[in-house]
Ligand binder design. Structure first.
Ligand SMILES: [Zn+2]
Length: 227
């Protein structure tokens, strides 16, 4: 009986999840691969560090269906232009075909104006260090009053540590290591750390079962942020 109840509860959850994609009271974030994310509030469609070159530097591959499923009027935002985050060829074609706009460290001023076009949305950009890249930015998106930090490949944790009231932080695992080594307090992240950009050689487990850590290992995973 207990098992049945659990199962019924699970089914109910699935029902809610599939319905809610079109509702406007939550932000849905889909993990595509590496630092690639698809974010939507049901109205606007934002792609972070996607499309990239599938399988670049032995990082995650993705199916071509990912490219086919990009929505119309997409907004593409990039932290930097390394191939495991960015494919100029792919994104330019998608933007042309679907009426999209592309933002990267090359046009940050334009990116900051995005708040004029999107509903209840602002974005702040922080120049952050990443080896082998002179132009790397991390972002803080405030969307429907939810604050979502996008670290990209940033190597130093000082930037995120200096911010206030972050709900969700998308960070590579080395950023947490850096914070720990420097004794930086990341208590400013209230809800969850989503660990992304996990490579084929990385063996990362959440050994202590920290409820504030979600490992993005499975491509296609959905995160829902209610507002
Ligand atoms: Zn990378």
């Amino acid at each position: 009986m207990k098992l049945f109840l659990k199962f019924a509860g699970f089914l109910a959850l699935i029902g809610v999840a599939s319905m809610s994609f079109s509702q406007t009271n939550e932000i849905t974030i889909r993990f595509i691969g590496n630092c690639g994310l698809y974010m939507t509030d049901g109205g606007s469609n934002i792609y972070i560090d996607f499309p990239y070159k599938s399988g670049a530097y032995n990082y995650m591959e993705y199916d071509v269906s990912e490219l086919d499923s990009v929505k119309t009027n997409p907004i593409f935002i990039y932290t930097h232009k390394h191939a495991d985050h960015y494919s100029g060829k792919l994104v330019k074609k998608l933007a042309k075909d679907l009426g999209g706009r592309i933002y990267s460290p090359g046009n940050i001023r334009e990116l900051l104006k995005l708040s004029q076009n999107l509903n209840d949305f602002t974005i702040e950009a922080f120049k952050t260090k990443h080896r082998y890249s002179f132009h790397h930015f991390s972002y803080l998106i405030t969307w429907h009053h939810k604050r979502i930090y996008i670290s990209g490949d940033a190597s130093n944790a000082e930037t995120i540590a200096a911010l206030k009231d972050i709900d969700w932080a998308f960070v590579p695992v080395w950023l947490l290591t850096d914070a720990k080594e420097k004794g930086l307090n990341l208590g400013n992240v209230s809800n969850m750390f989503a660990i992304y950009h996990i490579g084929p050689g990385n063996r990362i487990t959440n050994k202590s079962n920290d409820p504030k850590i979600k490992l993005l290992i499975r491509q296609g995973d959905l995160i829902k942020i209610k507002y």
